[in-house]
Design a protein around this ligand. Structure first.
Ligand code: P53
Length: 484
């Protein structure tokens, strides 16, 4: 047996991409509720639109954030796949696949509609009690991401979001509320989803200016402090809590053996991957941080108390997403990879998905071995999967051999890493149920093993059905990864 006996097999989602119910039971708006299809990346405009027709960062903030939606515009995250009203059915399907763990996130504005309140919204707290009870009914352990890409709109507009040090207190109060409320229901937590992409995506999208690096490094610092404080509180409330960091794991290679490419690749790893992991796992800024800051003339607001917090608040687990690898070079390259962002040079040894993401299972093994050596912490792959267009047959069946093949190869790579001594404790495939793409806002970029009848334009019955991969994954879990 390659996989350890209690290996945590499961699936992963995020509140903003599945829940919908955006104005139900007192929930406040998040930035993603006012984002028309396509928010995070190129092709998905992150201009907020307001009922008064104003757009963009300079627009006046309506006092009531719920007014910030324009009629006639389509906002895919507002309904998403309506997990809010389908959670029982969905969790039953997860249980049928044999999930041991379900990674989900909590919508901040269900609990604190604006984000700066003292008192939580009881109806919001109740919803997650119901979800956790349903999971436990089937013996599924929740793994909860505290913040997954969805800042409260109010905090964004009134305080400038993570540019403001005050966000630390708002976040910590939110986290403490969750640790207290769900003490007996949740023991696995992640503080921030893909925390490193604040910096990483600057490189991927365009020639970012120094001011953008300045802002990104400062936001990250506040998030690291917020995370470290949350970890300490989480441990105090329940010493059994296992709290992890979550890193966007893209394995980067040098395109050529030119030493300049080799060094650039190493430095890219430092900036994009190691910087966040080092602060969260080691509790201090790495030596190369000075070089990274100097490169963009970055001057940070970091206090001695902050540094003490970082030291005290190191994580118990290192978790990451893995979809693809990238290749970097100092040379001119004709062949670059586009997709929903520029991921660098085209690697001639790899195949690419429809969204031009490189299919590279060995890159997962490589990544696992690197971070295993570096951190000596339990590791979890908390996102992995293939975004693809699925076809529903006349009889309602959905044949997705491409998705099965992608997952087979990545599970095999994890087994090989475990055989090489890697301490991997779990795997939650991304979008175990179809959901709204973070990068493009599409429904048609599907990751699920459960199909949801919902289309890019918002049409569809929201009915659920099992894809071929559903039955295949069920066997994988039942055989603890032996039968792939
Ligand atoms: P979508 C890009 C690269 C790696 C991870 O992404 C990424 C992204 C975002 O596009 O984000 C994670 O939906 C993220 C999820 C997201 C998933 O990858 O663009 O944590 O929220 O849905 C897949 O195909």
């Amino acid at each position: 047996m390659k996989f350890p006996k209690n290996f945590l097999w499961g699936g992963a989602t995020a509140a903003n991409q599945v829940e919908g119910g955006y104005d139900a039971d007192g929930r406040g708006m998040t930035i993603l509720d006012v984002t028309t299809a396509g928010g995070l990346h190129a092709g998905r405009q992150q201009t907020y639109k307001y009922a008064d027709g104003m757009t963009g960062k300079e627009a006046e903030i309506p006092q009531d954030a719920a007014g910030a939606v324009l009629p006639g515009e389509y906002y895919p995250n507002q309904v998403a796949v309506d997990f809010y009203h389908h959670y029982k059915e969905d969790i039953a399907l997860f249980a049928e696949m044999g999930f041991k763990v379900y990674r989900m996130s909590i919508s901040w504005t269900r609990i604190f509609p604006h984000g700066d309140e003292q008192e939580p919204n009881q109806a919001g707290l109740d919803f997650y009690h119901k979800v956790f009870a349903e999971l436990h009914k089937y013996g599924i352990e929740p793994l909860v991401t505290i913040s997954h890409f969805e800042n409260p709109l109010y905090l964004e507009r009134h305080y400038g979001g993570w540019n403001n040090r005050k966000m630390i207190d708002f976040y910590v109060h939110f986290a403490e509320t969750l640790f207290t409320e769900y003490k007996d229901e949740v023991k696995y937590w992640l503080t921030f989803n893909e925390i490193n992409n604040t910096i990483m995506f600057l490189d991927l999208f365009a020639n970012a200016k120094d001011e953008q690096y300045q802002a990104a490094y400062q936001q990250l610092h506040y998030q690291y402090v917020a995370s470290a404080k949350a970890v300490q509180i989480g441990h105090k409330i329940d010493p059994d809590n296992q709290i992890g960091c979550m890193i966007c794991g893209i394995t980067s290679y040098p395109l050529t053996p030119d030493p300049q490419d080799i060094l650039k690749n190493r430095h890219d790893w430092e900036q994009n991957i190691f910087y966040s992991g080092d602060v969260q796992c080691f509790g201090e800024y790495p030596s190369y941080a000075k070089r990274l800051w100097a490169q963009h003339d970055v001057k940070l607001d970091i206090t001695d108390e902050d540094l003490a917090e970082l030291k005290q608040g190191t994580v118990d687990l290192y978790t990451f997403s893995y979809y693809m690898s990238s290749a970097v070079t100092t040379h001119e390259t004709k062949e670059t990879v586009g997709g929903n962002f520029t991921i660098g040079a085209k690697n001639p040894y790899l195949q690419y998905s429809e969204w031009e993401w490189a299919d590279d299972p060995m890159g997962l093994q490589y990544y696992l071995e690197v971070v295993n050596d570096r951190y000596h912490l339990p590791l979890m792959v908390v996102e992995n999967g293939l975004g693809a267009i699925d076809k529903v047959e006349e009889d309602g069946s959905i044949h997705d051999p491409y998705r099965i093949e992608y997952m087979q190869e990545h599970i095999k790579a994890m087994g090989d890493a475990i055989e090489n001594g890697v301490n991997l404790v779990g795997y939650t495939s991304w979008g175990c149920i179809d959901l709204v793409s973070a990068g493009t806002g599409q429904m048609s970029k599907r990751y699920g093993m459960i199909y949801v009848d919902r289309n890019d334009d918002g049409s569809g019955t929201l009915d659920r059905s099992r894809k071929d991969s559903f039955y295949w994954y069920k066997d994988v879990i039942a055989s603890n990864g032996e039968k792939i």
